[in-house]
Write a protein that binds this ligand. Sequence first.
Ligand SMILES: Cc1cc2nc3c(=O)[nH]c(=O)nc-3n(C[C@H](O)[C@H](O)[C@H](O)COP(=O)(O)OP(=O)(O)OC[C@H]3O[C@@H](n4cnc5c(N)ncnc54)[C@H](O)[C@@H]3O)c2cc1C
Length: 305
Amino acid sequence: MLTRSALIYLSRQEGLKEFAAKFGLFKKLTTRFIAGENIEEAIAAIRELNAIGCTASFDHLNESVTGVEETETEVREYLNVLARIDETGIASNVSIKLTQFGLEIDPELAYRNARRVVEDAARRGNFVRIDMEGSNVTQATIDVFKRLRAEFGLDDVGIVVQSYLYRTMDDARELLKIPARIRLCKGAYNEPPEVAYPDKKDVDANYVRVMQLLLSSGVYHGIATHDPKMIEATRDFAERQDIGKEAFEFQMLYGIRRDLKEQLAREGYGMRVYVPYGKHWYPYFMRRLAERPANIWFVLKNLWK
Ligand SMILES: Cc1cc2nc3c(=O)[nH]c(=O)nc-3n(C[C@H](O)[C@H](O)[C@H](O)COP(=O)(O)OP(=O)(O)OC[C@H]3O[C@@H](n4cnc5c(N)ncnc54)[C@H](O)[C@@H]3O)c2cc1C
């Protein structure tokens, strides 16, 4: 637990973030979890995933952006991604982070930026997922999402909830009233016990409760996890309730449990892989190490090779 907190703490250090973005060790350090530095490498990774029956979601890595101009660059990148999806015919949607679009500068700016991307996706018949970040921005993220959802359709824009937060069951119930397409995950940030379950078993129990609520809603949701217990609970519940495989999808991260991805896709489940790319890899990469500190050894071994 201490290691996890320490790694997440390090993931938030601005100096290290900047250093990592400029530092040339990219390939050796990050290839397992990050598809590459540029969009072409991400497209190549997605083609391979499509070939084994998985769809994808692009994530252009960046977060906690503090300059207005940089948010403009992010919007342009996503507009380009949406165009490239159409040009190449790959099966993928996009995931965005609102702090990448300026949420911590001005929520209005993040809304306007996200709106441009959602509008373009809607026009193209594609879909934008708004990732969920730290609990300091949970409400602001939901607020922006609700504004977008009031203007765009159920199949244009969706959101994420995290089972480690106490508030999540209530949020999920409220979001379903709109309704909204939701990705359920456990949550990847360092949260205090005032807002989040400190014990994994409670996070898991809440995950199963929220999963059951989502699957019973009749809306198409994403069940994002690599945890075989969560996957089994989902399959089990769906079978018992007669909920078809086409009614939801599983989601996993690039570089984790390829075997399980292939197996679920072969069994006929929707399987979407979150594919991050870009030079601002540091915070994302550190959260992946924090989830499984054994990954540190994997990374160190690669460095020696
Ligand atoms: C598609 C997708 C989108 C996500 N979006 C968000 C988001 O918007 N906001 C957010 O806060 N979090 C997000 N997450 C991250 C999520 O919250 C968890 O931190 C992460 O998925 C690990 O939790 P788990 O459900 O896999 O279960 P865990 O209990 O953490 O892990 C279960 C098992 O999965 C494997 N595993 C898990 N993580 C790793 C890893 N890093 N390396 C190697 N093996 C691993 C291990 O075998 C582990 O025993 C997302 C995850 C996915 C899959």
